[in-house]
Design a protein around this ligand. Structure first.
Ligand code: OOG
Ligand code: MG
Length: 254
């Protein structure tokens, strides 16, 4: 049985050395509560390296993602500054274990949120929406995990790129999302795949953040979760995401 702190330091080392480890759940039982405690300690280690929290991410908000990973519950993870790719900054593949890309929608918080809100209410707490690509990279061997394992591993968070912020539209339904690898369509989805309405993902984020003591502060970025299954980044050198009415974002891989 490994302690909370041991799990956090094993996962932190796995990420920093690009060496996946065995899932904890194969050798012991632990619950979601402890898994979130591991996540908090893991994020603490990143902060001690000088990387503050810049946002949060939702996971498994679409059927495509749940089916791909064999889980059926939503999860929340935390994004630190070292994960955010700035404009024209490439993703360094050698810094990852087995990265995958996901087409997402990002929100920017215009105020602190300290209570659970519904999909109507959250619209008053954001001042920007953008196309975003998330790079996930499980620190577990073969990208396999239980719900507790993936929560402990900060929901496989690795890197993300956010496009130009747009004004908040009244609705985010029916937007085509097309992710291309080197100019060829790799994954096509609709914003409807994200809980039938991406604002629902933001509402779910306020609930989970409240439940697991994660702060939502003004200026933070919230990733709503992928609308399609994730795609392995193998020999790809450019990833582009185009969303109807929200513009595009892209980055290169070196
Ligand atoms: C967990 C992260 C899921 C999403 O957008 O659904 C996620 C994983 O699949 O490794 O980021
Ligand atoms: Mg994601």
């Amino acid at each position: 049985m490994t302690s909370i702190s041991e799990k956090a330091s094993i996962l932190h080392r796995a990420a920093r050395n690009q060496t996946p480890v065995a899932q904890f759940s194969l050798s012991e039982n632990y619950n979601l509560e402890s898994a979130y405690q591991v996540q908090h300690e893991l994020i603490q280690l990143r902060q001690e390296e000088g990387f503050p929290i810049v946002g949060i991410k939702m996971g498994f908000t679409s059927h495509a993602k749940m089916k791909q990973m064999g889980v059926n519950d939503m999860i929340i993870g935390q994004l630190t500054s070292d994960m955010q790719l700035s404009k024209s900054q490439p993703l360094v593949k050698a810094d990852c274990c087995h990265p995958r890309a996901e087409p997402e929608i990002a929100f920017r918080l215009s105020e602190d949120i300290d209570k659970p809100l519904n999909a109507q209410e959250v619209m008053n707490y954001i001042d920007g929406v953008a196309a975003a690509i998330e790079v996930i990279d499980s620190r577990y061997e073969n990208f396999k995990f239980s719900l507790e394992d993936v929560v402990a591993d900060n929901c496989s968070s690795c890197a993300f790129m956010v496009g130009q912020w747009c004004d908040v539209p009244l609705g985010l339904n029916g937007l085509d999302m097309i992710m291309s690898f080197d100019g060829l369509s790799e994954a096509e989805g609709s914003s409807d795949a994200i809980l039938d309405n991406p604002f629902e993902a933001l509402a779910a984020a306020t609930r989970l953040a409240h439940l697991y003591n994660i702060q939502l502060s003004k200026g933070m970025i919230v990733l709503a979760g992928a609308s399609t299954a994730a795609s392995f980044i193998n020999k790809t050198s450019t990833i582009n995401l185009e969303i109807d009415g929200l513009g595009r974002t892209l980055f290169t891989i070196v």
